[in-house]
Design a protein around this ligand. Sequence first.
Ligand code: UFG
Length: 335
Amino acid sequence: MAILVTGGAGFIGSHTTVELLNAGKEIVMIDDFSNSKMEAVENVKKITGKDFKFYEINYLDREKLEKVFEENKIDSVINFAGFKAVGESVKEPLKYYYNNISGAIVLLQTMQKYGVKKFVFSSSATVYGDPETVPITETSKVGGTTNPYGTTKLYIEQILKDIYKADNSWDICILRYFNPVGAHSSGLIGEEPQGIPNNLMPYIVRVASGELEQLSVFGNDYNTHDGTGVRDYIHVVDLAIGHVKAIEKLDKENSGLYIYNLGTGKGYSVLDMVHAFESATGKTVNYKIAPRRTGDIATCFADPTKAKEELGWEAKKTLEDMCRDSWNYIEKQMS
Ligand code: UFG
């Protein structure tokens, strides 16, 4: 029996596939390469020394998706497919609602047609909006998302809750990621944003490499220890292992709907990240203080206790690992 990984060539999908294969799981991958490359698929095979079936398809293509279910014995699905650029989602909301929500619906309908009911969904801490208190637990209020990308995550979570309510033989795990950074230690897979990066770590590495001139620190007047925004950065390999634990949980349970925060439980500011990066890599990150970015919140970090208690998972990698591995990936790309 195989796990279908949608969007498996992307940043989190590729790292998760490595950990699934390392854990001895069989996988089938689909990706349309809208924000990834075939090279990532080949490099996952290189890292693990294992082979798997790959289909270049878009998950909105019902006919082709059904063929994947016909040709393979799929018993669970991890859904990474989806657009994720916050700024673009504000400019092109329909593109995001159509791709992310309709794609998830086509995928879930196909699962239903083939009697597959184990589903792991890539959600995000963005569903908590501007949290009333930190650390954020899974029972903290959701809603008040600040952009269409975040709203697609919130709506898909609601769709999953409704599906489970209507038929409680589904076995669903919603994983709310905090801020994934880092890369595989081999330097073969990592984060490759198209164009100028929106996120902090990809921006920092490109300033360090000289590709971009200067980091703009968006606001230094937040109510945080140094005035800059605080987030819970988590190494992508730790995050990937969280998915293996989630699949194992679903395999153990016959049905249910589970929600877990995947974060470290520690918050670091933008300037903490700049300094950590400089000391981990010996590189200098040129930065200036700039106005706040619309839609940003002051502080966001997880209470990851539930994942520890119920999945037996906790983040192990340090901030130094995150910075070193992010840099190692970019250095390899440049050489
Ligand atoms: N930041 C800068 N300069 C930059 C980029 C970011 O100062 O050039 C700051 C932001 O203001 C924020 C912090 O760095 O304080 C982190 O920003 P990111 O854009 O890296 O991450 P966000 O927390 O804004 O958003 C991320 C993901 C979303 C996800 C969310 C979950 O991008 O997809 O975490 O909380 F929904």
